[in-house]
Ligand binder design. Structure first.
Ligand code: UTP
Length: 305
């Protein structure tokens, strides 16, 4: 018993240590125009830091050491954010702002980050396919550049651990209300346990009538490298884009694909209301800003009545 659980622990660490993460961040962010005309939505601030920093930090705290960010035109500020800035470091050092200095050096040294450009934003599936050469023939994680997960055990680590146990591909899912299913990829599957599904099929953005379940894909995945072959065979789908969900559909016919109802909270900053809600909620929880913001919001609400 002890030996078995020790073996499992070693296996999980081994898998986590070797795993690469791909963060697609090349989308146009049309729902955020005009703000995203020249600014990546992945750089939108959520309280103290840009959204994509939460994503990179989740990967790093899960043991991932190699990260590939898929960028595109107008996304240079993402690379600059994770780079050293000697000029700024000098100024902070000279002004005795040690804490700020340590923080910006920490960000630049967080992980081994690589970048690859998606020249035309042909969809999430196309962005993932571009990672093929970098990833090689190993399972890998995909984490959306506009989605923040907050949890005790990082969500991608929950998927990595499940992958170490079961193999195959693991997709993070959560229950969504019927009127929201058309915003999600929805799974059809059978329950293996309370929080685990054996996926038989997936549908991208179904109508409430067509939806095979209420379990929606949330944007964190651990995928078998076989997904690349499936992506190559995936024709453009909704909106003329190559949809990752369509390729997962093919994958689910050839290999095991599981859905994991993860523990934690997920925030999608991809549209204006989503970003506002995320910012408010996380700012209200912030020890420095929360109490004053709460007081201000209560005042504002009282004035509205
Ligand atoms: P979204 O569909 O939320 O991003 O993709 P989008 O296409 O930028 O959004 P709208 O509809 O135009 O407002 C989820 C993630 O996948 C990336 C996005 O940058 C985002 O982080 N993505 C999407 C790519 O990298 N390439 C693409 O072609 C599409």
């Amino acid at each position: 018993m002890v030996v078995a659980s020790l073996k499992q622990k070693i296996m999980k660490e081994y898998v986590g240590d070797r795993m690469k993460a791909v963060i697609p961040a090349a989308g146009l962010g049309v729902r955020f125009l005009p703000l995203t005309k020249d600014m990546p939505k992945e750089m939108l601030p959520v309280v103290h830091k840009p959204t994509i920093q939460y994503v990179v930090e989740e990967a790093v705290s899960s043991g991932i050491k190699d990260i590939l960010i898929i960028t595109g035109r107008g996304k240079r500020s993402i690379e600059d954010h994770f780079d050293r800035s000697l000029e700024l470091e000098n100024v902070l050092g000279n002004n005795g702002r040690t804490e700020d200095l340590e923080e910006i050096i920490r960000i630049a040294n967080m992980a081994n980050i690589h970048y690859l450009r998606q020249k035309v934003p042909l969809g999430l599936g196309d962005a993932v396919l571009l990672a093929r050469q970098h990833v090689g023939n190993e399972p890998f994680a995909v984490m959306l550049g506009d989605t923040i997960n907050l949890s005790k055990v990082p969500v991608v680590k929950q998927l990595i651990d499940m992958h170490a146990e079961l193999g195959g591909s693991i997709i993070a899912v959560e229950p969504v209300s019927r009127d929201k299913v058309q915003d999600y990829g929805i799974i059809k599957g059978t329950n293996i346990s309370d929080n685990l599904y054996d996926i038989e099929d997936l549908v991208e953005k179904p109508s409430p009538e067509e939806a095979p379940s209420d379990m929606g894909i949330t944007g964190t995945y651990v995928l078998s490298p076989r997904i690349f072959d499936c992506l190559e065979r995936t024709p453009p789908g909704r909106g003329g884009e190559i949809q990752l969900t369509d390729a997962l559909r093919l994958l689910s016919k050839e290999e095991k694909v599981y859905g994991l109802k993860f523990e934690g909270r997920r925030y999608d900053i991809g549209d204006k209301l989503g970003w506002l809600k995320t910012t408010m909620e996380l700012a209200l929880e912030d020890p420095e800003l929360g109490p004053q913001l709460s007081e201000y919001l209560q005042l504002l609400m009282a004035q509205q009545r």
